[in-house]
Design a protein around this ligand. Structure first.
Ligand SMILES: *Cc1c(COP(=O)(O)O)cnc(C)c1O
Length: 415
């Protein structure tokens, strides 16, 4: 193969920063539920000359010459995604999750149309109608909530709101919701009010692809997902849909929302889809869920309130105020012992979004390193000890060393 020029010689400042980040990722436990580690093959593909190409349009229908190779690459990505999710049509060009969602709305709605989505502070996503986001600015969203007692979505309530609001689209699929989603019930409600169904499976796509969670693709009109969360691919997104929406979706992505696709990233998506089609990916997804269930149980055993009392997927939201700290305080304490987490609102949070009551913990990344039940139990014990001894420098230092020792035994896949 041709040799690439060497970053170290070209730009030592960026090279050093990349190495510093590689060390950080190696030495810390990653529990941010939306993050993961890509394979060496995915990483390598992102750093190829495919980044040099312009290929506006779609395979065999491009607005630039020289796309014979790119056509093959994009078609492979499409075919593999179709197989992975049992989809009728796939567009692999969306640059990331939020732009993908913008394209979905753009394809089926007009500005001002009514849409129904889950509230951000109940586990939804900014792009599901939050007032600071384009979605909330351009479209008229009504929001459903999780039940204050069970922490789960009550489908009867969703139906009531849908009947009252008569939305043109219903959005399901969330960022901080740990339970299985009743896709079929959402579809029935949507049919009752004549709404499109849009599933945003950004978080759980890998678990769905592996067959470990219910797949909305055969049920819903349109499905979007990021490729970089549980799916373990490069940063980016894809949109899938029924054949009848194919041309609308494709037009909304290009020329509607975007210019040229990122061909090096789309190639890396194809590589990630190949990896996800391999039987070993099912074992991975199974272990992600087993680890998350243990995580929930260990937190409960240590006296924490876990929202909805457990999990069916890769994440949990924990109310940290049950141990006298806010989510932000917990995030900082844990960062100082080498455990990365993200603060999170809890349903009906009495605290403000910048300093909410909860922390969202996820298992996709640590499972990619090969960590299992025993490691998860140790990690929760360290987290609890760090929270309970937040002012004791010596204890915190001890925990940080233990975290580091464990990390040395479980290498990051590409490092
Ligand atoms: C992460 C996420 C997105 C956005 O993805 P970006 O790539 O960060 O834009 C959209 N929807 C949901 C449900 C998500 O969890």
């Amino acid at each position: 193969m041709l040799e690439y020029k060497n970053l170290r010689e070209e730009d030592s400042q960026i090279f050093d920063a990349v190495m510093e980040e590689a060390r950080r990722q190696s030495n810390e436990i990653e529990m941010i539920a939306s993050e993961n580690y890509v394979s060496k093959a995915v990483l390598e593909t992102m750093g190829t000359v495919l980044t040099n190409k312009y290929s506006e349009g779609y395979p065999t229908k491009r607005y630039y010459g020289g796309n014979q190779v790119i056509d093959k690459v994009e078609q492979l990505a499409i075919d593999r995604a179709k197989k992975l999710f049992n989809a009728e049509h796939v567009n692999v060009q969306p640059l990331s999750g939020s732009p993908a969602n913008a394209a979905v709305y753009f394809s089926l709605l007009r500005p001002g149309d009514k849409v129904l989505g889950l509230r951000l502070d109940h586990g939804g996503h900014l792009s599901h109608g939050h007032p600071v986001n384009f979605s909330g600015i351009l479209y008229s969203f009504s929001q459903y909530e999780v039940d204050s007692k069970t922490g789960k979505i009550n489908m009867e309530k969703v139906r009531e709101i849908a009947l009252k609001e008569k939305p043109k689209m219903i959005v399901a699929g969330f960022s901080a919701y740990s339970r299985e989603i009743e896709w079929q019930k959402f579809k029935e409600i949507a049919d009752e009010v004549g709404a499109y169904t849009f599933a945003d499976i950004a978080h759980t796509a890998g678990l769905i692809a592996a067959g470990e969670m219910a797949n909305p693709t055969p049920i819903f009109d349109v499905i979007a997902t990021t490729t970089h969360k549980t799916l373990r691919g490069p940063r980016g997104a894809i949109i899938m849909c029924k054949e009848e929406f194919a041309s609308k979706i494709d037009k909304a992505v290009f020329p509607g929302m975007q210019g040229g696709p990122h061909d090096h990233i789309n190639a890396a998506k194809a590589v990630a889809f190949k990896e996800a089609l391999d039987p070993s990916f099912k074992d991975y997804a199974k272990q992600v869920i087993i680890n998350a269930k243990i995580l929930a149980q260990e937190f409960i055993n240590s006296g924490y309130r876990v929202i909805s009392g457990g999990t069916d997927n890769h994440l949990i939201v924990v109310d940290m105020t049950s141990k006298g700290v806010t989510g932000k305080e917990a995030e900082i304490i844990l960062e100082n012992v080498g455990i990365s987490v993200s603060r999170s609102t809890i349903p009906n949070d009495p605290n403000p979004p910048m300093n909410p009551s909860g922390v969202r913990f996820g298992t996709p990344a640590l499972t990619s390193r090969g960590m299992k039940e025993d490691e998860v139990k140790k990690i929760v014990a360290w987290i609890n000890r760090a929270i309970e001894n937040k002012a004791d420098e010596n204890k915190l230092k001890e925990i940080k060393e233990k975290v580091r020792d464990m990390c040395l035994k479980f290498s990051v896949p590409s490092l």
